[in-house]
Write a protein that binds this ligand. Structure first.
Ligand code: SF4
Length: 325
């Protein structure tokens, strides 16, 4: 058996876990013991604060890229509604609804490789206007950035940029060939240099090995990412990964626990795909996760916000205000 208390102390004393130690933990620890230790680690570092955020699909579908999991790629026949640019009224309506429900972070997310400079201006005006009308904390997820676009977003009130790596560097070519993992890292660096903090994670269940899931966790640590969304693949008919086998609960929980050990100071945020776990999704928050996207996701529907928050609070978290801003 792995000496889990030793690893826990190591991480708590600020010494990072190495890959072979993470593998030792995963392979030589009884599952229930691993999940409980990840939960203790989360509590020691983050207390019971739960980090909530919500997103709106600000441009849906018609994407030129070929990410093999994605319903929004124009290369695959999928059953989603497509539209160009969401109206400000809809951005405002959903933002206010989320804010009233106690969800402070709000992100506009666009499908596509990048957003044109003109459209960055249009989205920027939406942020600026909603900023006048709310106390929302704004995030953006708008594909590849240039320095100019990043600076415009910052000027309009965007504080955090989201760009998922999707998967680790070694598996990325199996997932997408129209852009590279390195281009994503470049956008992360541009966003950071412009003054935004970074949200970046990935999707599990794409066909990557367990070790490759851990590689992603280590790569995010190296990039200094402190908000890590973990999506669980929902295989979408019509996409190349539409027939992938869904991950078991135990595979998901093990991954979350290891992400917690490898990235102890990050918010490990459960994102798309969690509702496919049913009530068991809440076990993720007792195995190291301490954040979630609430409401609907981009192309899959989520849980009712009020019910979701009630469940999160019932397992001991306080959810609502932002902790550090
Ligand atoms: S993940 Fe983003 S870039 Fe890739 S196909 Fe979907 S919308 Fe396009």
């Amino acid at each position: 058996m792995a000496d889990i208390e030793h690893y826990l102390q190591q991480v708590l004393s600020g010494r990072d876990l190495r890959m072979e130690q993470a593998l030792d933990l995963a392979e030589h620890t009884e599952s229930a013991v691993l999940f409980e230790a990840a939960d203790r680690l989360r509590k020691k570092i983050h207390g019971n604060h739960f980090d909530l955020c919500s997103i709106i699909n600000a441009r849906s579908g018609m994407c030129s890229e070929n990410c093999r999991f994605c319903a929004q790629s124009s290369r695959y026949q999928t059953d989603i509604s497509t539209y160009d640019m969401v109206s400000y009224d809809e951005v405002r309506r959903q933002g206010k609804e989320n804010e009233n429900a106690g969800v402070a972070r709000y992100s506009l997310v666009t499908a596509g490789r990048e957003v044109s400079p003109e459209d960055i201006d249009s989205f920027g005006r939406m942020y600026a206007e909603l900023g006048e009308e709310s106390d929302l904390y704004f995030c953006a997820s708008m594909g590849f950035l240039t320095r100019d676009k990043a600076e415009k977003l910052v000027a309009c009130g965007v504080k955090r940029y989201h760009c998922n790596l999707e998967t680790c560097r070694s598996f990325f070519p199996e997932v997408c060939t129209t852009h590279t993992w390195e281009q994503k890292v470049e956008t992360i660096q541009i966003a950071r240099e412009a003054g935004m903090d970074i949200c970046s994670g990935g999707i599990i269940g794409l066909g990557e090995s367990f070790r490759q899931r851990l590689e992603l966790a280590f790569e995010l640590r190296e990039l200094g990412v402190f908000s890590i969304p973990i999506n669980i693949l929902t295989p979408i008919p019509g996409t190349p990964f539409g027939d992938n086998k869904e991950l078991s609960l135990s595979e998901v929980l093990t991954c979350i626990a290891l992400f917690r050990f490898i990235n102890p100071h990050a918010v490990v945020r459960l994102a798309g795909g969690r509702s496919q776990l049913g009530e068991d999704q809440y076990r993720c928050f007792l195995s190291g996760a301490n954040g979630a996207i609430v409401g609907n996701y981009l192309t899959t529907s989520g849980n009712n916000i009020e019910e979701d928050l009630a469940m999160i609070k019932s397992i001991g978290f306080s959810a609502g205000k932002l902790k550090e801003e």
